[in-house]
Design a protein around this ligand. Structure first.
Ligand SMILES: Cc1cc2nc3c(=O)[nH]c(=O)nc-3n(C[C@H](O)[C@H](O)[C@H](O)COP(=O)(O)OP(=O)(O)OC[C@H]3O[C@@H](n4cnc5c(N)ncnc54)[C@H](O)[C@@H]3O)c2cc1C
Length: 338
């Protein structure tokens, strides 16, 4: 097993935060995971499963074993109940996979274009954008259970998807390593333009009968305008989840802040726009040391060059304190702190 010791992780996280892994292994299938289990010294180490490193913040070196998911491969499996089943290995680049489906005329993933990271990580936080979440297009996945050594198939119910949440973020799913994911994409495709910004862009472009590919390209254009490219400015996308508050809490806030951006949820709660709260506290474009708040989008924290994980943690804490003091709402970080 080609185990590497003292591996730098700077280029394996989109924040470009310096960190090292005491032990590092590239994993392209269950065989390497079984070998780790079979080696008592390796099996005893704390583990970090790593995809594209686009939803992580390294605050220290990893003293255990990094399992870097690199498995490649994707295939159209066929049709089932009006859905086209498409499978990809965990290490496939997410956007390249989306493009693969769109280039074959298969719709369903276009709203999730240009999200960084790997296919295997998409179910972990139920990746979502422009009104679509992974759970909406998900069929099943294969996972290796590091505790039992079994390979398991999990369907939508078993994954327990929620807003930026799934079983994999909870103790009973923490030992599962995703090996491949199968998506169920509609044969009878309809555009999903419920997200106002996307719907408006499609209308303004005069697209009366847009194809999945045309919508995918439009999503890419919108995202390029709004979000920093991690190849140029280190970041992990949205740094905070949009807080969800009760009806009563939302009413209390609206009485005091009538322009509060809020969206009703099907369960009667309200989702607040974390970026708006941060912006209102005056953080957009500001920085603490080498960690800053992106000047075009207050929800994105950026590495202005040479930031450490602790710099970002301090900036995030200062923002959380200001938002809590002004609105009584605690922002919860979206990336995983390591
Ligand atoms: C510019 C930018 C824009 C973004 N936009 C969005 C967006 O619109 N919507 C959105 O939801 N997210 C967005 N993100 C966040 C990020 O792209 C997603 O969370 C993505 O799914 C992370 O994939 P990754 O492979 O980089 O995961 P990593 O960061 O490597 O890992 C994230 C978590 O998943 C776990 N993990 C990774 N792979 C596996 C596996 N195979 N098995 C088990 N556990 C695994 C890791 O242990 C870790 O806990 C954005 C990030 C950036 C930088």
């Amino acid at each position: 097993m080609p185990l590497i010791h003292d591996q730098p992780l700077d280029t394996f996280n989109t924040f470009r935060i310096p960190a090292r892994a005491r032990h590092y292994l590239r994993v392209d299938g269950a065989e390497q995971l079984a070998a780790v289990r079979a080696d008592p010294a390796l099996a005893a180490l704390p583990r970090l499963v790593l995809g594209g490193g686009s939803n992580l913040l390294f605050t220290r070196d990893v003293e255990g074993l990094v399992l870097h998911m690199t498995g490649q491969g994707r295939e159209v499996l066929g049709e089932e109940a009006g859905k086209i089943l498409v499978r990809a290995q965990a290490g496939e680049n997410w956007h390249a996979f989306v493009r693969f489906t769109l280039e074959q005329g298969i719709g369903g993933l276009e709203n999730l274009s240009l999200i960084p990271g790997t296919v295997g990580a998409a179910p972990i936080q139920n990746v979502g954008a422009y009104g679509v979440e992974t759970k909406d297009v998900f069929h099943s996945l294969t996972a290796y259970d590091m505790a039992s050594g079994a390979t398991r198939t999990l369907d939508t119910a078993a994954c327990r998807f929620g807003y930026r949440d799934s079983i994999f973020k909870h103790p009973d799913g923490a030992n599962l390593v995703v090996l491949d994911v199968t998506f169920a994409l509609p044969r009878a495709w309809q555009p999903n333009l419920r997200y106002a910004e996307l719907g408006n862009a499609v209308r303004e472009a005069g697209l009366t009968a847009p194809t999945p590919n045309a919508i995918g390209l439009m999503v890419e254009a919108i995202r390029r305008r709004k979000l920093p490219d991690p190849r140029e400015i280190g970041n992990a996308g949205s740094f905070f989840k949009n807080p969800v508050v009760s009806n009563a809490e939302c009413a209390r806030l609206l009485a005091q802040f009538p322009t509060l951006v809020h969206h009703a949820q099907p369960d009667g709660t309200f989702k607040l726009a974390a970026g708006w709260l941060i912006d209102q506290c005056g953080w957009k474009g500001r920085h603490l040391g080498a960690a800053g708040v992106y000047h075009k989008q207050a929800l994105v924290l950026v590495n202005l060059g040479g930031a450490t994980g602790q710099d970002v943690v301090q900036l995030a804490a200062a923002i959380q304190a200001d938002v809590a003091a002004r609105y009584g709402v605690m922002l919860e970080p979206e990336p995983v702190f390591i």
